[in-house]
Write a protein of this length. Structure first.
Length: 71
């Protein structure tokens, strides 16, 4: 099962730092999406990877993290 996790941040810089952190941790760049205008980072990951994604998103102090299943 695949999930998307989205972190919404107070600034585009915080979102960019989160995006870079995820890429440097080893998440494939084609599964990590940065929306600078909305200051959001979305990650598509298999269910077992969701915990690590949530930890990385949380490190950068998001205003909100949402999680959805992808069918």
């Amino acid at each position: 099962m695949t999930k998307t996790l989205t972190g919404r941040y107070a600034s585009a810089n915080a979102a960019l730092n989160t995006h870079e952190d995820l890429i440097h941790t080893g998440f494939p760049s084609e599964k990590v999406y940065l929306d600078r205008r909305r200051a959001e980072v979305t990650v598509m990951t298999p269910d077992p990877g969701a915990r690590e994604v949530r930890e990385i998103l949380s490190r950068h102090l998001p205003a909100e993290i949402t999680e959805n299943l992808v069918f």
